[in-house]
Design a protein around this ligand. Structure first.
Ligand code: HDE
Length: 663
């Protein structure tokens, strides 16, 4: 075991892969780690067994409170590289030197479930990135949806209480499909737009590598001359944005609760580094009132067709964590961690977040020194007069800890803005104190919800209709169901009627649906890039298949970037080729496509089941060898079913298309 500085990150590490004697935390070598100290071989245990006491006490304290929201998460290291200087808009150094590389740490998360829940629950995904810049840490604490449930921070505890398991019985886990959430929804209709996103395919991503990220709030970029622009941050995945099917994601929750974290972990281990481009939407301050949405309202998005997303740099995830707890669990994000050249706006939700994040860390870490934990420390030098507190990690040398001192030449001294000291944007503010929002824009809860619906393809729309039916259908109270449908009636009559028909609710007589007919094609996900890269294929393999066929199939698929698993009824070798998995250890829901290679022997029932489910989930299906269709409800004439010996390209085309939607 050796204790040293990690060169890349200047972090303290202990390398447990090296040989080292077992010692207590105060350094004493231990000679027995298996038996408690007792008086006599069969006698009582002694209090003086300091090793037992230390080991057990440490174990008893191994957990810290899980995050009150976003408890389940997965972190990855990366690097951000800027394409071109943004000095026209900002003086932030990591955004003004073309080609500059900034280390990052990103934590993806689900919002509602507990830490031990499963990855593929229908939920918003957190997408929080810490940039370790030379001017301090900049945290972009975003989600995979561009809007939020509320516009006033004071309502956050209410919406979270409503979506979390109900207080009397702690049921249900990690889902909005219950009465308190839909009761919230019907009484707080500013959620109408965000809930559209939550009921859409965006809420069940195929992979953390295949979803967009959004900063949600409007921030300000401020350049060296003090000129400000309103901006929104976006992350665009190079692999495109892709979804699971709801039935499939429910099955994945059972078959592999770690589906998303495994997917990103394994791809980084294989060197398939996921890439996301950073995008900016920019509105000059003088255009603040030119739109039919309010730039300060986080329940509204800026349509990309009107305000294009400019791609300004790329983040590459290139390293997994060494220690989940030390890095992913202990990372502490804060939307208030900004650097010169980036500033806040008066978005009331953002302002509320600026309070909440430090407060929550005080609860998680039992004191203010969590910033000193390696994953949270800036990589640039830092110094101030803050001292002491629980778990102080540093030896602060010298007698002074007060600002305006002569004893230490007033060090550490503030830096004037010209030399890089942070200066708040001198916005002129005027107004009467009160608890009102601008009614025209903030009170329009349905136009953009309708725009979202207008912009989806037919099958995305159908998924959304079914998601509402599932979620509201899970409620027990007929009042709650009727009230929720009454809100849908204000967005779209067809949606309200469909859901009501499915769940036995009543549609209000009066049609009140929004007439907003604008579309924003960027809101659908069908058009996004799709590639074969890293797509996974389950190859069902019968024992009498020739080894040559296996090798050939694997080579051809891997050549195109696909990841191949041979699956059979038991682990065995065909020739020298080792089969990877069995029907017990994997299932078609964990793959993008399925191929069945059949010889003379009949297809086992498990193989038929996997093929049927893959077909139902609209996955590309390939076959080779003897007729596989005797036991199946579909045939080779169905869409997305290809003989890979005759038409491998057809199969690959279907895999690339993500799903065979028109099957
Ligand atoms: Fe958060 N949020 N949030 N949030 N949030 C937390 O902070 C909060 C909001 C987001 O991987 C908590 O450290 C309030 C919007 C992410 O560690 C807490 C409000 C967006 C993460 C908190 C919001 C987010 C959090 C819980 C409304 C998208 C996970 C643990 C005023 C822009 C970060 C923690 C990670 C976490 C409060 C709204 C994103 C309690 C009060 C909007 C990605 O402080």
């Amino acid at each position: 075991m050796s204790k040293k500085k990690d060169e890349l990150n200047q972090r303290d590490t202990i390398d447990h892969t090296q040989d080292a004697p077992l010692r207590t935390n105060h350094g004493l070598p231990i000679s027995d780690d298996e038996h408690d100290l007792t008086a006599g071989e069969r006698g009582p245990t002694l209090m003086q067994d300091f090793h037992f006491r230390e080991k057990m006490t440490h174990f008893d304290h191994e957990r810290i409170p899980e995050r009150v929201v976003h408890a389940r998460g997965f972190g990855v290291h990366g690097e951000f590289e800027l394409y071109e200087s943004l000095e026209k808009y900002t003086k932030a150094k990591f955004l003004t030197e073309p080609g500059k590389k900034t280390p990052t740490f990103t934590r993806f998360s689900t919002v509602a479930g507990n830490r031990g829940h499963s990855d593929t629950a229908r939920d918003t995904r957190g997408f929080a990135t810490k940039f370790y810049t030379e001017e301090g840490n900049f945290d972009l604490v975003g989600n995979n949806m561009p809007v939020f449930f509320i516009h006033d921070a004071v309502k956050f505890p209410d919406v979270v209480h409503a979506v979390k398991p109900e207080q009397h019985n702690e049921i249900p886990q990690a889902t909005a499909a219950h009465d308190t959430f839909w009761d919230w929804y019907s009484q707080n209709t500013e959620s109408a737009h965000m809930v559209m996103w939550l009921m859409s395919d965006r809420a069940i991503p195929r992979s953390y590598r295949m979803m967009e990220g959004f900063g949600v709030h409007t921030f300000r970029l401020v350049n060296a001359e003090g000129k400000a622009h309103f901006i929104k941050f976006h992350w665009k995945p190079k692999l495109g944005t892709h979804q699971l099917i709801w039935d499939e994601s429910q099955m994945v929750m059972g078959k592999d609760p770690d589906f998303h974290r495994k997917d990103i972990w394994e791809n980084i281990e294989m060197g398939n580094y996921p890439e996301f481009e950073l995008g900016l939407q920019i509105i000059p301050e003088e255009d603040e009132f030119k739109f039919d949405f309010d730039v300060l309202d986080p329940t509204k998005l800026w349509p990309e067709e009107d305000i294009p997303v400019q791609l300004v740099g790329k983040m590459t995830f290139n390293r997994n964590v060494d220690y989940y707890f030390g890095e992913t669990e202990q990372v502490a994000f804060h939307p208030g961690h900004i650097v010169p050249g980036i500033d806040f706006t008066n978005d009331p939700l953002l302002q509320g977040r600026l309070f909440s994040y430090t407060d929550t860390q005080l609860n998680r870490f039992n004191g203010p020194n969590f910033q000193q934990i390696p994953i949270n420390r800036p990589m640039c030098p830092f110094s101030n007069n803050q001292r002491d507190g629980f778990n102080q990690m540093y030896i602060h040398k010298g007698p002074t800890a007060h600002h305006k001192n002569r004893m230490n030449n007033n060090q550490p001294a503030p830096l004037p803005p010209e030399q890089g000291g942070y200066e708040h944007y001198p916005e002129t503010v005027e107004g009467k104190i009160g608890q009102k929002r601008p009614t025209q824009s903030f009170d329009d809860h349905f136009s953009q919800a309708k725009m979202f619906l207008n912009s989806l393809s037919e099958h995305e729309k159908q998924h959304l209709f079914d998601a509402y039916s599932f979620e509201i259908g899970k409620c027990k109270s007929m009042d709650v169901k009727n009230n929720a449908v009454a809100v849908l009636n204000k967005i779209d009559r067809g949606l309200a009627e469909y859901v009501a028909g499915k769940i036995g609710a009543t549609v209000p007589e009066q049609v009140e649906a929004s007439t907003y007919d604008k579309k924003s094609p960027a809101l659908g996900i069908d058009h996004t890039t799709s590639s074969l890269e890293t797509r996974t294929v389950m190859v069902i393999t019968m024992p009498d298949i020739a080894e040559e066929t296996l090798k050939e199939t694997k080579d051809k698929l891997e050549e195109k970037g696909l990841q191949v698993s041979f699956v059979s009824d038991k682990i065995h070798k065909i020739g020298e080729t080792q089969l990877d998995e069995t029907f017990d250890t994997v299932h078609c829901v964990l793959f993008d496509a399925v191929i069945a290679l059949k010889g003379e022997e009949p297809l086992p029932a498990e193989a038929a089941e996997n093929l049927e489910i893959a077909f139902k989930h609209k996955k590309a299906i390939g076959f080779g060898g003897e007729n596989i269709f005797d036991m199946l409800s579909f045939s080779q004439d169905d869409k997305g079913v290809n003989d890979i010996e005759k038409n491998l390209d057809g199969f690959l085309e279907d895999v690339k298309g993500h799903r065979v939607w028109d099957r």
